[in-house]
Design a protein around this ligand. Structure first.
Ligand code: FE2
Length: 115
């Protein structure tokens, strides 16, 4: 078995309410809390429909972009981690944040929010 490609295509779900369980368990959910003038950004994969988290099928990494710039990246293991990460972001209101995740079997999935 080979891993899914990391150079694309990037899957994006435009209507999560109408998405399939397969799409829901791969699409990153981005939650934002404002704390002391900064943003605590939490990205969860499988928030509504849990994604498998086993050595043969798991989320290998999650990356966060602000506009076109990569600002955080988390390499994950299915051993002792779950695909939820948080980072404090100092960015201007109106900045578009994009979360991209890589499933070792099903490739790249992205979602975005505007601060
Ligand atoms: Fe998957």
């Amino acid at each position: 078995m080979s891993d899914a490609p990391i150079l694309g295509p990037v899957n994006r779900v435009t209507d999560l309410a109408a998405a399939s369980d397969f799409e829901k368990k791969h699409t990153p959910q981005i939650d934002i809390d404002e704390v002391d003038g900064a943003y605590v950004v939490t990205v969860t994969v499988g928030a509504e429909v849990p994604h498998p988290n086993q050595p043969d099928h798991y989320i290998t990494w999650i990356e966060l972009l602000a506009g076109e710039a990569a600002i955080a990246r988390f390499d994950l293991s299915p051993i002792a981690t779950t695909p939820t990460v948080s980072v404090v972001v100092n960015a201007d209101p109106g900045t578009v944040l994009t979360a991209i995740e890589h499933c070792n079997l099903h490739g790249l999935w992205a979602a975005e929010v505007t601060l």
